[in-house]
Design a protein around this ligand. Sequence first.
Ligand SMILES: NC(=O)c1ccc[n+]([C@@H]2O[C@H](COP(=O)([O-])OP(=O)(O)OC[C@H]3O[C@@H](n4cnc5c(N)ncnc54)[C@H](OP(=O)(O)O)[C@@H]3O)[C@@H](O)[C@H]2O)c1
Length: 269
Amino acid sequence: MSFFQDKVVVITGGSDGIGKALIETLIPLGAKVATCGRNHDKIYKLQMEYSHVLLHAMACDVSNEQECRRFIESTLETFGGIDILINNAGISMRALFLDSDTEVTRRVMEINFLGAVYCTKYALPSILERKGVVVGVSSTAGYRGLPGRSAYSASKFALQGWLESLRTELLKTGVHVMWVCPGFTTSNIRHAALDSRGHAGGDSVLDEAKLMSAQECARHIVRAIEKRKRTLVLTFLGKVTVLINKLYPSLADRLTYNHYYNKKGEFVK
Ligand SMILES: NC(=O)c1ccc[n+]([C@@H]2O[C@H](COP(=O)([O-])OP(=O)(O)OC[C@H]3O[C@@H](n4cnc5c(N)ncnc54)[C@H](OP(=O)(O)O)[C@@H]3O)[C@@H](O)[C@H]2O)c1
C-alpha cells in the first residue's frame, strides 16, 4: 500500500507549477489533497478536474491570516484532519534593492514566509495528533543570497530558520519538519515575479525548456517526504551552489556576481 494512501495532504499554491504537479502525483498515490491559490478561476478549474472526495480546492491568499485560518478549518471539516502540510505557495521578484520599493520586500515576505507561518499555525494541532509532517518549499536562494532577488532570498532564509526552530521544538513529538529546495524548475514563477514597483509580469530570462520539469521536482519532493528527509536540495547547480557557499563564501560571492552581471558590470538576470 502506498505511504500516502488516505493521508490528508495540504498543498498551498496548487493551481500552478510545482504545487499542481504535487497534486497530480499525490492523488494517484491515494492521498486526499486540499489546496489553495488566489486566482478563483484557476481554483475552480482545478476543482472541476477532481471529485470533492479527493480534492478540496479553495481560493485563499496565504498572506492573509484569516483566509489561511478559514482554508485550514474548511480542510479539517472536509477531511477530518491533516497529516502533511506542504507550504509551497510563493512568488519571486527581479529587481535590484537600490531601485526597488520596500513594498516589494514586504509583499514577498508576507507570502513566502508569513503565509507558511499562518497555515502551519492552524494546521499544527491536527498534524501533532497524527504525528505528521510539515514541509517548507524553499530554494537554493534560502542558502545563498542572490542579487536582484534580495526579498526572495530573505523570505527563504527566514522560512528555513523558522522551520529549524520548529523542528527542534517538535523533536520529541513525532512530528517531522523538513524543507525542500527545488533548483530552476519549469513553472509560472518567473512570469509572476514582481518588478521594482511590485508589479507582476515580465518575461523569463531562462530557457524554461532546459529546466527540471515540475513533475520531476514533485516526484523528488514526494519521495523525500516519505523518507522523512531533513532537507532536499535539487539539481546539480543547486547542490554545488550550497556546497561552495558553505565552504568558500567569498568565492561564492564572485561566482554569483559573474552569473548575474555582464562584463560591463550591468545586472542582466
Ligand atoms: N520554479 C522554480 O524554479 C523554483 C525554484 C526554487 C523554489 N521554488 C519554490 O517553489 C514554490 C512553488 O513555485 P512554482 O515555481 O511552482 O511557482 P508558480 O508556478 O508561480 O506557482 C505558484 C503557486 O502559488 C500560488 N500563490 C502565489 N501567491 C499566493 C498567495 N499569496 N496565496 C496563495 N497562493 C499563492 C499561485 O497561485 P495564485 O497566483 O493564483 O495565487 C500558484 O498556484 C515557491 O515557494 C517557490 O519559491 C520554485
